[in-house]
Design a protein around this ligand. Structure first.
Ligand code: HEC
Length: 144
């Protein structure tokens, strides 16, 4: 028996349709398996309209308060263990000298989960509106 007889008989019948079709199907399967992974790599889902509205209401409420810087200094003691004064570099942004509305927005977004950072979410979870106002007033007074 010739050496290549087996190979010849096992050769699949060439099909001009099945080949590309199979490729498409495999591609679709790969895509459908891949997409959840891709979605989770892209971060949390975008906030809903309700979340955005909630954040806006809370921000407006806090900005209407007269934040007490002395109370903010008292509350802010634990913040500065991470947030060193100016340009400390690394992954922790400096917060001294930030405008009130910037700090309020950031804290509200962490509190409501619109900004995904576990540390800051925990830091803000129990802060009341007047406390956020006080912290923002205090840090705005500091020189950056
Ligand atoms: C354990 C460390 C830690 C503590 C304590 C901490 N922070 Fe933060 N903070 C961070 C990190 C890390 C980030 C950056 C998170 C990110 O990537 O969104 C951050 C971000 C922020 C931002 C956003 C700054 C910007 O310009 O976007 C503000 C404002 C802030 N923190 C305020 C506070 C306040 C006020 C407190 C105290 C109530 C506090 N932080 C306590 C680690 C900390």
């Amino acid at each position: 028996m010739p050496k290549n007889a087996g190979i010849v008989s096992r050769r699949p019948t060439p099909s001009p349709i099945l080949g590309p079709l199979l490729g498409l199907m495999l591609g679709a399967v790969a895509l459908s398996m891949g997409s959840p992974v891709l979605a989770s790599e892209a971060g949390p889902p975008p906030p809903s309209a309700e979340d955005l509205l909630r954040a806006e209401h809370l921000e407006t409420e806090i900005l209407s308060l007269d934040g007490d810087p002395a109370f903010g200094e008292y509350l802010g003691g634990e913040c500065v263990t991470c947030h060193q004064s100016s340009g400390a570099g690394g992954t922790i942004p400096p917060i001294a000298g930030l405008p009130v509305d910037h700090t309020v927005r950031a804290l509200v977004e962490y509190k409501l989960g619109l900004r995904a950072n576990e540390v800051m979410r925990l830091m803000t979870a129990r802060l009341e509106a007047d406390e956020i106002a006080a912290l923002a007033a205090y840090f705005a007074e500091l020189s950056p």
